[in-house]
Structures are given as C-alpha cells and as structure tokens.
Design a protein around this ligand. Structure first.
Ligand SMILES: [Zn+2]
Length: 412
C-alpha cells in the first residue's frame, strides 16, 4: 500500500512535502518523496490530500479502567483525593472496570494514540479487553502493599504468575508497584530483582505530590499522618521518594518513573545515570496544582522525558469541548508551560520518547524503514515549516488512523 500526503512528518527526520509512505504487510517499507516512491512502486495509492501523515502517538501512562471515574474534585491535600478514588474503586464491579477500559481505549484510538502504557488494577479483564481493541498495549500489573495483611513475596508471586500467564495480541506485560508510599522496600527490592531476571519493564508513580515528598524526606505532613496508622514507616526520613526507589534497586533503563514532580539535584542525576525514563502527565499535573514540573533540569541531564494522559480521574475540563483521554490535549497543555520549547520537541516526546521508554524505539514512535505501520493523519494545508505547530493544535478526532498496517479509521 502506498500512502501519499501533503506533508509526511516522520518525527525521526524533517517533514517531507508531497511525501509518501510505502507499507508492506504490517511494516513501513519506505518513506520518501511521492514522485520517487510512486515511480518505484507504480501500483495504486491512497491519497490523503491536505493532511499531515505522522506516526501514531505513544501515551506512556494511563489507567484505562478508571475512565468512568471522571469528575473527582481536586482536593487541597493529595491523600484526600486518593481516598475519593479508593471509594469509587470499592464501588466498581468487574464489568464497570471492563467497560471503562474499553471506553478509554476508544477515546485514545479516536484521538491519535496507537500505543499505550496502561496500569492494570484488574488484570482479570485483560484477555477480553485486549481482543476488543486494535491499540498496542503495554499492560503493567499494579501492586500495592500498605496494610500488611500479606507478605510482599506473596503479592509479587501472584502478580508475576499472572504476568507470565498472559499473552497480549500487540504488546507485553510488565509490573507496576503503585508508589513508594503504597508499597514497602521489601516488595520493591524483590520486584526489581525479578524484573532483572525476567527482563520485564517496570513503571511506578514517584514523587507525585509534596505530601509524598514530605513523608519520605521529613517524616511529616498529611500523607505521613494518614499512613502511619496502617504502614510501617521506618523507611521515611532517609531521603526523597526517588532516593527510596533507587535504594531498592528499581532504577534502570527498564524503568518508567511517572510524575517525578518533586526531585532534588541528586534525584535528577540518578535518573540520568540509570537511563530511566520519566513520564510527565501535563493535565494531571495542572489538576493537582503541583509545583512546576522540573522539565528543564531533566532535559539538561538528558533524561528521556515522555508524555502520558494519566486517568480521567485527574483531568479537569477547560470549557472547550468535552474532556477525554487525548494526547493532543496533553501536548498542548505541556507546550503552554514551556513557551520556548519547539513544537517538534513536544511531538517527539509524545512519539519517539514514549517508544524509547517502552523499549519499542525500533518499532513505533516514528515513520522509518521497518517500523510497525502505526500512523495517523490530521488535516493541514499550510506551509511545511508550520506542520509541527499545526499537529499540536489539532483538536477532535484524527482524520485517519492505522495500526499494524490496518486502518482502524480509514481516510475520510
Ligand atoms: Zn497514574
């Protein structure tokens, strides 16, 4: 199949005017000027017309099964928001979670995401929901260990057995210890060791709130006071939340640190040295009103920073259109906080950087030879130099989407 578009934006290289992408099976066979590829190929082509054709977006952090938990009000203190979420979770049934997962997957599919890293609170539903979505999904099974009713090795063994028994259609399974405050050092150390042996990827919420930072660094604040009644707190007072997970051996190239809003200089250096990735969720960050995300410090240390939507439970409407899981909205929200950052760099974070974080840099996040044929198109009739900016400002559904060489939304 040969696709032609006014602009082909491969991300991995500069945009091409009147470009084309040749697809063989589920792979990209060539990317180049339309004239050249048409002369080589000769067969029928699909002309996308006045559009930018670009790789599908990579959403590096999501909770699809919380899609119906929208509308939770932000709280002055982070633990109060968690309590609200826990109450909603306790009231949800298996089918509530499964339907929410699929509704969330549909939102992502319509709005240009083709790959998602998802935290799975209910892994039992995975075989059913995977088979009902075309998305490429890296599913991370969530583990918590607050109330010490069960031993860490039991929790880990159960998650590992589940992970080993599941085989997603287009993705893989990894593990997600929930956060430093909702786990124990023993669970974290054992998870790190097992992931190294099995070559699994890990993701975890880290240093999301000031309350978490104060709990670990200073043994004080509302989170410390809340959890001291139910959690062994001898790991607090030793350093920052990021230092806690570094001590437990979790940091490495297979690790995605989600949020990382509250870091000291040592934390940034440790992330860089370990070649770990950081996932920033711009709208979730704004919802909670955190301190500014330390993007400049991370970028200066060459930490791989990518973008994610987080869940519908931490996104607030802007009054413009309905609120959805939408990576274009995340790119725009991030760009607003970084007015000096080139739109091309923001798009790179939502594609190539996310792919690298997931260990898929040779498969997705760019249009290059042998990449999986995951791509999207958005309308555009301006100048080539304005294509990145136009992509960032795209609202609504995409014009067309392809995953694994198959149209999931054919060109309109
Ligand atoms: Zn999250």
């Amino acid at each position: 199949m040969l696709l032609r578009a006014r602009i082909v934006l491969p991300v991995s290289r500069p945009p091409l005017e009147d470009g084309a992408v040749l697809i063989r099976g589920n792979r990209v066979a060539a990317v180049g000027p339309w004239r050249k590829l048409a002369a080589l190929e000769g067969g029928p082509a699909v002309d996308m017309g006045a559009a930018v054709l670009l790789p599908g977006l990579v959403n590096a952090h999501c909770h699809l099964d919380y899609t119906d938990m929208a509308g939770l009000p932000p709280q002055r203190e982070f633990p109060d928001w968690i309590k609200g979420l826990l109450a909603l979770k306790a009231a949800a049934s298996y089918s509530d979670y499964a339907l929410a997962w699929l509704r969330g997957a549909k939102m992502l599919e319509r709005t240009g995401t083709t790959t998602v890293a998802d935290i799975e609170a209910v892994p039992e539903l995975l075989p059913d929901v995977w088979s009902a979505t075309p998305l490429r999904v890296a599913s991370f099974l969530e583990m918590t260990c607050v109330k010490i009713v069960r031993k860490p090795q039991e929790i880990l063994q159960e998650a590992a057995a589940k992970a080993g028994s599941l085989s997603p259609r287009r993705g893989y399974v990894g593990l997600s210890p929930h956060a430093p405050y909702s786990t124990t050092p023993a669970l974290l150390r054992q998870t790190a060791a097992l992931a190294r042996r099995r070559r699994w990827r890990l993701t975890m919420h880290v240093a999301e709130s000031i309350e978490e930072f104060d709990m670990f660094l200073h043994r004080r604040g509302p989170m410390f006071d809340w959890l001291r009644k139910q959690r062994e707190m001898s790991d607090c007072g030793l350093g920052t939340p990021l230092a806690q997970i570094a001590r437990c051996g979790l940091l490495g190239p297979n690790f995605l640190a989600v949020h990382a809003n509250y870091l000291d200089g040592h934390d940034v250096a440790a992330l860089a040295k370990a070649r770990a990735s950081v996932v920033h969720c711009p709208r979730s960050h704004a919802y909670f009103g955190h301190q500014p995300f330390p993007y400049r410090k991370l970028a200066a240390a060459r930490v791989n920073v990518c973008l994610g939507t987080d869940s519908m439970a931490s996104v607030r409407g802007t009054g413009r259109g309905k609120v959805e899981l939408n990576m274009f909205a995340e790119m725009r929200a991030f760009a607003m906080t970084q007015p000096d950052l080139a739109p091309a760099e923001v798009l790179r974070m939502a594609t190539q950087a996310g792919a690298r974080a997931l260990g898929w840099e040779r498969r997705v996040g760019g249009l290059f030879r042998n990449a999986l044929a995951d791509m999207i198109a958005v309308p555009f009739s301006g100048k080539t130099g304005e294509a990145h900016e136009a992509v960032l400002h795209h609202t609504g559904d995409v014009d067309a989407a392809m995953i694994d060489g198959q149209w999931v939304a054919p060109p309109r």
